[in-house]
Design a protein around this ligand. Structure first.
Ligand SMILES: Nc1ncnc2c1ncn2[C@@H]1O[C@H](COP(=O)(O)OP(=O)(O)OP(=O)(O)O)[C@@H](O)[C@H]1O
Ligand SMILES: [Mg+2]
Length: 461
């Protein structure tokens, strides 16, 4: 039991001074020790006597404080203010320890600091736990970073795979489209080829036989100028003179027709080139011509559109090493787009068709709808194929997206938006060439394709 009011702080002080984990000291105003508790003395390994008069920090064995701490303490002592900071130090048995040092000024009656009560708590355990936590945190952070890198790589890989898949899908769609067209064309060409050869092969003997028969008839007429009345009537009824004159004409027009069909069949086969999946040296002009042949019906005069003129300005080209079927697809896509653009212009009310009654041909107010195809060989052994139309042209905004897969300005069902992206792949990736588009609104569009005459070794593999 406590008897008077003074004994309470004294008891508390005694209890605190006896604690093993609390280092207590009383110093003068410059930090020189005047009294320490037992825990303090034990920590330093020195006796009370030898501690008296020593600087507080030296006594604890702090070799050197950090500059910032030194400055801070010095300033606080000079001002006679309290100080509080954490300090790490090496113990005499070489352990790292931490103390929280808290110095409170003891002031005289005038308020001037003449002593300090310094309490130091061992916070080594807390510090070690904090260190452990920090280490764990750092390890975690490293692991998170490593995981993030791995995930990013994974994501990039997935994106690449997705892109490859999309590309493959595009190619599949387009090659399916083109191969159906190619197969159809090749099938039709094959079916027509036999009968037309049959007709063509028989036309020459048929012409010869006809000539012989006509000659024989003329001989009869010459030697028997006056046949019996019955025969005479028959001759008049059959208009034999007209037949003699007309039959050779019919036969020669049959030959012209058969020739034309043979040409068409050849073009169809040329276009499909199903048998030529390999790199081959081909005549580019034959490819363009066969493509135009396939598109012939779209170029002809129609009820709502005048004929689309095709002007060819072919230069001297060597045979070009390429995947012919694919290059023809490019011509097909670009010429078909030009036809679409010209038809669109006619349908729009931006221009009028002026028909010439005498020729039954029409032209647009801004000229005949025309596709101009130029070819030439450049000095660096590239073949240039320029396909231009005088349609409505392409705005800058659309031009930037032309080669994007699935980009189309056409109505649903009319365009898939794949034509140019596939053409780009065929020219640029498959043939190491280039494809560029120049266009001016209201004037027209030109696509310039360049393909090297010879493919590099890498590209052949
Ligand atoms: N000669 C051209 N004149 C005007 N616009 C063109 C021309 N060529 C292409 N374009 C524009 O580029 C777009 C993309 O062309 P692309 O050939 O890739 O697809 P598409 O023709 O719309 O569809 P698809 O060819 O798959 O049937 C077209 O929708 C059109 O707007
Ligand atoms: Mg197209």
């Amino acid at each position: 039991m406590l008897s008077d009011s003074m004994s309470l702080p004294l008891t508390i002080f005694t209890a605190l001074a006896e604690r093993k984990d609390l280092l207590m000291a009383l110093t003068d105003r410059l930090g020189r020790i005047e009294w320490v508790n037992q825990a303090f003395a034990e920590r330093t390994g020195l006796s009370d006597d030898s501690l008296t008069g020593q600087k507080f920090f030296t006594a604890l064995g702090f070799k050197s404080q950090l500059n910032v701490q030194q400055t801070y303490i010095r300033e606080q002592l000079l001002k006679g203010e309290s100080f509080k900071f954490e300090l790490s130090y090496q113990t005499h048995d070489d352990r790292e320890c931490w103390l929280l040092i808290d110095g409170q000024p003891i002031r005289d009656a005038e308020g001037i600091t003449n002593k300090y009560a310094v309490m130091s708590t061992d916070i080594t355990l807390r510090k070690l736990t904090e260190k452990d936590l920090e280490k764990t945190n750092q390890e975690l952070e490293i692991r998170v970073q490593q995981r993030t890198v791995a995930l990013t790589q994974e994501k990039e890989k997935l994106e690449q795979t997705l892109q490859q898949l999309q590309k493959a899908q595009l190619q599949l769609i387009q090659s399916e489209k083109m191969s159906s067209l190619g197969q159809l064309v090749a099938g039709v060409a094959h079916e027509i080829n036999n009968p037309v050869n049959f007709i063509y092969g028989n036309l020459t003997p048929a012409t010869e036989y006809t000539e012989n028969l006509l000659h024989l008839l003329q001989c009869y007429q010459h030697h028997y100028p006056n046949p019996i009345p019955q025969l005479k009537a028959e001759i008049e009824a059959t208009e034999i003179d007209f037949i003699i004159e007309d039959l050779p004409k019919i036969l020669s027009s049959l030959k012209v027709g058969a020739d034309r069909i043979r040409e068409i069949v050849l073009s169809l086969r040329n276009f499909s080139r199903l048998d030529e999946a390999e790199l081959k040296k081909v005549d580019i002009h034959t490819g363009i011509d066969s493509t135009l042949m396939i598109l012939h019906s779209r170029l002809k005069v129609k009820s709502n559109c005048p004929e689309i003129r095709v002007i060819k300005e072919y230069g001297q080209l060597p045979l070009v090493e390429c995947y012919a079927g694919q290059v023809n697809q490019v011509f097909m896509n670009i010429i078909a787009n030009a036809i679409d653009a010209l038809e669109d212009l006619v349908m729009s009310e931006q221009c009028f068709i002026i028909y010439n009654k005498a020729t039954d041909k029409g032209h647009l107010t801004n000229g005949y709808p025309t596709i101009r195809i130029r070819t030439k060989l450049t000095e660096d052994e590239q073949v240039l194929i320029c396909i231009a139309d005088n349609g409505s042209g392409i705005s800058e905004e659309i031009r930037k997206r032309l080669f994007d897969p699935f980009f189309t300005t056409k109505a649903i069902g009319k365009g898939t938006g794949l034509g140019l992206s596939i053409s780009y792949q065929i020219v640029v990736e498959k043939h190491q060439g280039q494809i560029e588009c120049y266009s001016e609104l209201g004037k027209g569009t030109e696509f310039i394709i360049s393909i090297p005459v010879k493919q590099t070794k890498n590209n052949k593999e």
